[in-house]
Design a protein around this ligand. Structure first.
Ligand SMILES: Nc1ncnc2c1ncn2[C@@H]1O[C@H](COP(=O)(O)OP(=O)(O)OP(=O)(O)O)[C@@H](O)[C@H]1O
Length: 718
């Protein structure tokens, strides 16, 4: 027979359960509070380590490595707090915190200690606050004064702790930035003994992945470091706070309240998370757009003179404004999103959770809890004030945990930019370039050339054996070049514009890859390269002549300022020292000197270094002929072997060999006989002059024919 429960039975059962519950409640409380702390830790771990589904776009960005710019399909890459982010971050962390004994690890340990100490102080302050209000309500003057004294005393460690937290966080940001900048600069401009990698040149010319390295090294590394230093306290501190405050709260209001609080907070937090846009992606996009704007401005500054002469202001303004408005449009979009997100966020975090908090605080007032404060007005007020402060701190900590997810998303954006910079630098250093190739490069025959690899050996002579000359775009300028010059065999290189004369030097300087054949050449320091528009560095007048040496290196070579003056005398520039105010005067030399002056200073630089080989690329085009003659005679007398690109026939006499490009992919390498070549040239010029006369002669001939025919038609012709 089925037993039926009557009303009194149910009442008795409930009373029995209630008695059991009251008996085991302390154990239950302990279980709940411990579980709660474990739960918060587990949720935090999942929250900050849970990989979001890796979107299609992230995959493609990972594949192409284009984090700073756009994907191959033109869309900006999506950056998420996902496993890619954590993998990149852990690689960067190994750079910024190289060991547990490093300065950065020590700073982190100090930071953590201060964070714990501040939370402990906050707990004490919450309790003290309650006691102050309680002594007020009970009108206990002595008690009130002693509590105020405690309040003042606790201010000493509290203010010190807060100030130290800010100080250590900023120190950490600077330390991270220094580590990263050192790492990046080491790759970019080479470590000592590794000056040949020329990553700074190759990133600008052979690789398309990173457009504005300057912005990434200066701004993005700084933003990443600041964000990383802040994220630690933004995540660690709220987690610690939530655990400690809620543990204390559970003691005061009972574990039941805590359970209700957690359920509501977690479900609304999940809603908020679902409504949070991908701020990381937007941060990365904004950095890329502002980099592009900076780049446009610096291009204008670099080429101000050319733009001014051409009157290109309108075009430049259009280009800069286009970049500016793209950035502003993006920032406006993000601002709007932030505003709406802020409304939802504040509504949930401040108002919903705030009212829930008040309900929780009311529990000890309306329900008698064992071990609670005394049940008079003072006791209830003390309990309420303490619990309210604990709750406010706890909800503030939960709020900060929510915000920290946004910070984490932004950190993901910066991490993506900085790690893409480092990855690209490593790839470029290892000779792995990514560049859009010209269409002809896709033709199978050309593609075969591009897949090849040449060999480079060190030698006294310069020898090319079947080496193709290929531009960074994959344009094959010469399929197979072979020539051989020994020290003392001066080589003249001629050919039409754009045929690949300077490109040969780029291969010699190790700037462009060798796609096939064999290159034998001396080490890079045996060459000095003087281009048509010489580079003048920041620094003194002396620095211009001895570049890239320093004054100390010059002195170590036993060279004095008097020797430098003698060198300047060769290029007839000795007056410049007095004119400019001495060797130690520093100015923007590229603006202070004329084109011809710059070329003379560059030749003085050649005579200072006296290398085995000099690459002279139209470098005396602005210098008068008689001074050019003196320079070339001096260079050959000093035993410097010349590799010269020039169209001036006056320079032929200084060269024994000639490499002549035909501009169609062919060339001739042969001995140069200046007298014979000059005779041939004169003959050619004479023939060309005669050919110019031919049309005129033809016209005259036609005229004469017509006159004769007219006369023949008249009856009394002559
Ligand atoms: N960094 C680069 N990226 C892509 N293409 C390049 C680069 N530098 C040069 N080129 C291309 O390589 C080709 C050869 O250039 P190079 O400077 O060797 O010509 P050149 O014979 O010295 O011409 P000129 O007499 O006008 O100085 C040109 O078509 C040029 O556009």
């Amino acid at each position: 027979m089925a037993a039926t429960l009557t009303g009194p039975d149910v009442k008795a059962l409930l009373a029995q359960l209630s008695a059991k519950y009251t008996k085991h409640r302390p154990l239950f409380q302990k279980f709940i509070t411990t579980s709660y702390v474990l739960y918060v830790l587990a949720v935090s771990y999942r929250r900050f380590s849970r990989p979001a589904p890796v979107s299609q776009r992230t995959k493609s960005s990972r594949k192409s490595g284009k984090d700073g710019g756009a994907d191959s399909d033109g869309r900006p890459p999506r950056v998420e707090v996902d496993d890619v982010f954590y993998e990149r971050l852990s690689r960067l962390l190994k750079i910024v915190i190289p060991s547990m004994r490093s300065k950065e690890a020590l700073l982190l340990a100090m930071h953590s200690s201060f964070l714990v100490f501040r939370t402990v102080l906050s707990l004490y302050v919450a309790d003290l606050d309650g006691r102050i209000v309680s002594s007020l309500v009970r009108a206990q003057f002595g008690q009130f004064l002693s509590n105020i004294l405690r309040w003042l005393l606790v201010a000493i460690p509290a203010t010190y702790t807060n100030s130290m937290l800010g100080y250590i966080q900023n120190k950490l940001a600077l330390a991270y930035r220094t580590r990263l900048t050192e790492e990046v600069m080491g790759m970019y401009l080479g470590e000592e003994g590794d000056e040949d990698s020329k990553v700074f040149y190759k990133m600008a010319n052979l690789d398309d992945r990173i457009k504005n390295v300057d912005q990434m090294i200066t701004v993005d590394i700084q933003r990443f470091s600041t964000s990383l230093a802040a994220i630690y306290s933004n995540i660690a501190k709220p987690i610690l706070d939530v655990c400690l405050y809620n543990w204390q709260l559970a003691q005061n209001v009972g574990a039941e309240g805590l359970i209700i609080l957690t359920v509501v907070v977690q479900s609304t937090a999940a809603l908020l998370r679902a409504l949070t846009p991908s701020f990381g992606t937007y941060a990365a996009q904004e950095a890329a757009l502002s980099g592009s704007l900076r780049h446009s401005h610096s291009r204008l500054m670099e080429s101000a003179e050319e733009v001014a002469f051409f009157g290109g202001e309108e075009t430049e303004k259009y280009l800069i404004e286009r970049d500016y408005f793209s950035l502003i449009k993006h920032m406006n979009k993000v601002l709007r999103m932030r505003a709406w997100h802020g409304v939802v966020e504040e509504g949930i975090v401040k108002w919903l959770w705030g009212s829930l908090g008040l309900c929780i605080c009311s529990i000890p007032v309306f329900f008698k809890l064992p071990g609670g404060k005394s049940d008079d007005l003072g006791g209830r007020t003390e309990g309420f004030v303490t619990n309210r402060r604990l709750l406010l701190s706890s909800s503030d900590a939960i709020g900060r945990m929510m915000y920290s997810y946004k910070d984490l998303a932004e950190l993901a954006g910066y991490t993506s930019r900085v790690s893409s910079l480092i990855d690209t630098m490593k790839a470029v250093k290892a000779g792995k370039y990514e560049k859009a190739l010209v269409s002809s490069a896709s033709v199978e025959d050309n593609a075969r050339v591009l897949r090849g690899r040449g060999e480079v050996f060190e030698s006294e002579d310069i020898e090319f054996i079947n080496v193709p000359i290929v531009s960074p775009n994959g344009d094959i300028l010469l399929r197979s070049l072979s020539f051989h010059v020994k020290p003392g065999q001066h080589l003249l290189i001629v050919g039409p514009n754009g045929c690949g004369k300077s490109s040969l030097f780029r291969i010699l300087g190790g700037l462009w890859p060798v796609y096939g054949g064999i290159v034998r050449k001396p080490a890079a320091h045996e060459f000095t390269y003087i281009p048509q528009r010489p580079y003048l560095s920041l620094g003194t007048l002396r620095d211009q002549v001895i570049y890239p040496h320093s004054k100390e290196e010059m002195q170590m070579r036993g060279i004095t300022d008097a020797d430098l003056l003698a060198i300047l005398a060769v290029v007839q520039m000795e007056h410049i020292v007095e004119r400019e105010g001495g060797w130690d005067v520093a100015r923007e030399w590229k603006d202070a000197l004329s084109g011809g002056d710059k070329q003379r200073i560059a030749m003085a630089r050649l005579f200072y270094h006296e290398p085995k080989y000099a690459i002279l690329d139209e470098c005396t085009s602005a210098v008068p002929l008689q001074i050019e003659r003196i320079m070339f005679e001096h260079a050959t007398r000093r035993g410097i072997t010349l590799l010269t690109v020039s169209h001036r026939s006056s320079l032929w006499q200084y060269h024994q060999m000639i490499l002549q490009y035909d501009g169609q992919g062919g060339y001739v390498f042969t001995k140069l006989d200046p007298a014979k070549r000059l005779k041939l040239q004169e003959e050619k010029q004479a023939l060309e002059a005669k050919l110019l006369e031919v049309p005129k002669m033809r016209a005259r001939l036609e005229e004469l024919k017509r006159v004769r025919e007219d006369r023949a038609k008249t009856p009394r012709g002559i």
